[in-house]
Design a protein around this ligand. Structure first.
Ligand code: FPP
Length: 231
């Protein structure tokens, strides 16, 4: 594949609606959604994507019904139990952005263990945004810069970027949002400054490798136009 985006970020939306359509509880939608994460992570890695960031839980998601929040907090355990082997086989390294401290102890342990076990992998980085909010991330970065006593005249865009949770991770090339909503929902506001964006009506549990690869084609075409010269 030509011009595969290096950093792909996904707002995985529509699990609840998908479940409702099947007459199932919302949590079942999240379960199916976690299978889609597996399939899409493998497909992205196979295509040569270097960074895949998935919005799994926002700082605003805590107001959901208690049972749903608790199910989502248990899902990483299920996910890694089922799929860690495949991630290892594909040399995928797991990382996290967001504030781990507010997550339940057990969830933190499961995530830390996945991070540790995959730390030596050198392939695609699969980054979960969990208890993540972009404005909060930026506010925390500014706070750190102030605490470090960096003089105002020395503060550049790079200073801010290197104090964000995505320090060391390049900007997003392609943002995908499923389920027909067209908004950013406080996701990677800084990092999306130059990203191409593709919105699809497909609900996240129905999202496939084929649709992902079609989006990569679209991305490549936009990219070529942007360059102004076609080979
Ligand atoms: C949005 O759908 C989805 C979420 C808020 C959760 C996404 C999380 C996962 C797919 C699993 C996370 C797994 C790991 C391994 C970290 P929605 O519930 O907002 O759907 P709706 O808009 O149709 O109600």
């Amino acid at each position: 594949m030509e011009h595969v985006p290096s950093h792909v970020a996904i707002i995985m939306d529509g699990n609840g609606r998908w479940a409702k359509k099947q007459g199932k509880p919302r949590t079942y939608g999240h379960y199916k959604g976690s299978e889609t994460i597996h399939d899409i992570a493998i497909a992205a890695s196979d295509a040569g994507v270097k960074y895949l960031t998935c919005y799994a839980f926002s700082t605003e998601n805590w107001i959901r019904p208690k049972e749903e929040v608790s199910y989502l907090m248990g899902l990483p355990a299920v996910f890694f139990e089922r799929f860690l082997k495949d991630l290892m086989e594909k040399n995928i390294r797991v990382s996290l952005i967001g504030e781990m401290g507010r997550l339940p102890r057990d969830t933190q342990k499961v995530l830390q263990s996945a991070i540790d076990k995959t730390a030596g992998n050198t392939g695609m980085r699969l980054i979960f945004a969990l208890n993540y909010g972009s404005r909060r991330e930026i506010a925390l970065a500014v706070k750190k810069i102030a605490e470090e006593g960096i003089p105002a005249e020395e503060i550049t865009e790079d200073t801010i970027a290197s104090h964000l949770m995505t320090d060391g991770i390049p900007d997003v090339d392609l943002l995908i949002r499923t389920s027909g909503e067209v908004r950013l929902s406080n996701f990677l506001l800084w990092q999306l400054a130059y990203a191409e964006m593709i919105f699809t009506d497909t609900l996240w549990p129905d999202f496939t490798k084929e649709e992902l690869y079609n989006m990569f084609e679209k991305f490549a075409n936009r990219h070529r136009r942007f360059g102004g010269v076609e080979k």
